[in-house]
Write a protein that binds this ligand. Structure first.
Ligand code: VG1
Ligand code: CO
Length: 555
């Protein structure tokens, strides 16, 4: 087979965001668009590209198979020696991370737009993960982006035909060199890892002893994983799992596990006889946990509860518990567990890539984000199925219900009330203007000490800034990671523009506030946080700038 060089032109805007390049499918379908980006990923590997092995797979969304085909042909032309590809292109994001680490590959290419809707009129995405299994750090994505602004040709083996529907190895002869493609079972290696981490005997006993779960894969990639792990291995009845067939358009839904987009699950768990409900996003790295009667566990609390119970998971008995971390906007509940257990604690910018160095350095065991992401150093991505198995391990060990676990946690540590308001798909210019004005206001010297009152509560500004982070391991610096307003009592308001949307701007407004008074712990977060929400809207003038009276989604 022969390599050909194809002339191409630069496409603007191939800049990876919080988690890879995410655009409308129609954008990726433009002539050479996908090819350009894939070529730049491989070019950015430099001398590590020739002879390398890469993992390839994604969440099964529309355009995934075409993208895999292009990657095979371009990888072959660039001297990659082997690709490990999930059958039919299916691999969850955590499974890719697992495979990269297990087979010590140079990296992997993940084809997903995560929680964004799929289908011909929706989104697609391409993300590169490095040899540690984690999303490429800013340094690498900046290199890839720089290459996309200069590209003039890409290399391809146009005549290579490689079906991806059957497990097995295929070899090709490309200009005298052997190129191998191994199509692998999408679930097997990930399942083996889960069996090393958790006590499957204990979990099976729980699920067969009357503890009922309802698990919703939202027609994303986790379906086959749920079937194999929860049904075949742990013996959950098959009708306790729903939407387990991966669909290219996720059934027309938004595959995002939260109270709004997983409303069907909430309804079923609220009215049914289930002890735990769970849902995952399109690529399987996010999770939502519900208790009986749909008692909602915020991701920030979920992280804190797991941190407080790691002794229930065999893996951590082996590795010990190193430290804890959360992204900056995440509610500060885990901070208290870290302090009480005298473990190291880190706050990092939004995006899982910022946890990787800490894990690689052996300083971080468990971390999470408010955006329904929870995970540990077993891989370098957040992991939805892992999170559910972790919760089941805790419940099997303590014999408590989800709700009682939370009440006990708040009783010990107090409760951090948290909410996030999303204003999706707003016009970009006014949002940028809002952020600019807000930054000027909150960083001006006179902002400190300002008093804001609402609903009978008064908050005094302690500090305001645009969050910046220096990685403790390699000293890399990330600036402009979100506007923070911190009050004297520890409450925080945070504003960010999303880095995962494919068009327009999405404003995220986060509110975190601590309450030690036990009598208030069962209150509704929206009631408790109302004064702070009003203050946030007032300070930012969000309604004026966005023209939106209400958020698109509240989580
Ligand atoms: C969002 C979340 C962030 C998460 C990212 C990727 O980013 O806020 O916490 O890491 O999505 O999640 P942003 O920039 O839109 O706020 V997912 O499940 O892609 O992989
Ligand atoms: Co995701």
């Amino acid at each position: 087979l022969k390599v050909t060089k194809v002339e191409t032109k630069v496409y603007d805007g191939q800049k990876p965001g919080t988690s890879g390049l995410r655009k409308a499918v129609k954008v990726f379908q433009q002539v050479h668009y996908t090819e350009n980006f894939v070529q730049c990923i491989l070019s950015a590997l430099g001398k590590d590209c020739a002879g390398s092995t890469l993992v390839v797979g994604g969440d099964g969304r529309y355009y995934g198979k075409e993208a895999v085909d292009k990657i095979i042909k371009i990888a072959a032309a660039n001297g990659v020696s082997k690709l490990l590809i999930g059958q039919n292109g299916i691999l969850s994001t955590p499974a890719v991370s697992c495979l990269i680490r297990k087979y010590k590959t140079t990296g992997g290419i993940v084809l997903t737009a995560s929680h964004n809707p799929g289908g011909p009129d929706n989104d697609f995405g391409i993300k590169f993960n490095c040899s540690n299994g984690g999303p490429a750090p800013d340094g690498v994505t900046n290199d890839i982006y720089a290459l996309t602004t200069k590209i003039s040709t890409y290399s391809i083996v146009a005549d290579l035909r490689c079906p991806i529907d059957k497990i097995g190895t295929q070899t090709f002869e490309v200009e005298g060199k052997t190129f191998t493609v191994e199509i692998i079972d999408s679930v097997k290696d990930y399942l083996e890892l889960m069996k090393e981490i958790f006590d499957f005997v204990a979990l099976k006993k729980l699920l067969q002893g009357g503890f009922k779960v309802l698990i919703d894969s939202m027609n994303g990639v986790t379906g086959p994983y749920v079937q194999r792990i929860f049904v075949e291995e742990l013996g959950a009845p098959v009708d306790n799992t729903v939407r387990t067939t991966p669909l290219e358009d996720f059934g027309g839904h938004h595959p995002d596990p939260n109270l709004t987009y997983a409303a069907d699950l909430v309804k079923s768990v609220a009215s049914g006889n289930y002890d735990l409900g769970a849902a995952f996003d399109g690529d399987g790295d996010r999770n939502m946990i519900l208790g009986r009667k749909a008692f909602f566990v915020t991701p920030s609390d979920s992280l804190a509860v797991l941190a407080n119970h790691l002794e229930c998971i065999p893996y951590f008995k082996k590795t010990g518990v190193k430290g804890y971390a959360r992204s900056m906007p995440t509610g500060a509940a885990v901070d208290r567990v870290a302090a009480a257990t005298k473990k190291e604690f880190f706050e990092v910018p939004t995006g899982w890539k910022y946890f990787g160095n800490l894990m690689d350095a052996g300083r971080l065991s468990l971390c999470g984000e408010e955006s329904f992401g929870t995970g540990s150093d077993h891989i370098r991505e957040k992991d939805g199925i892992w999170a559910v198995l972790a919760w089941l391990s805790v419940l099997a060990h303590t014999g408590k219900s989800v709700e009682d676990t939370l009440l006990a946690h708040w009783g010990t540590y107090g409760r951090n009330f948290f909410t996030r308001y999303d204003y999706e798909n707003c016009a970009s210019d006014p949002c940028n203007e809002m952020m600019k004005k807000l930054e000027e206001l909150i960083t001006s010297p006179s902002f400190r000490g300002t008093k804001y009152s609402n609903g009978g509560k008064t908050y005094v500004v302690k500090e305001g800034d645009n969050y910046a982070y220096t990685d403790p391991i390699d000293k890399s610096f990330a600036s402009k990671q979100g506007l923070r307003i911190m009050f004297e009592d520890g409450s925080r308001l945070i504003f960010r523009l999303s880095g995962t949307g494919s068009s327009g701007a999405t404003v995220r407004m986060y509110v975190d506030s601590y309450e030690s008074d036990k009598s208030k712990h069962s209150a509704d977060a929206q009631d408790i946080l109302k004064p702070l929400v009003e203050i946030a809207l007032e300070v930012s003038k969000l309604k004026e700038f966005t023209g939106r009276q209400e958020p698109t989604v509240i989580t």
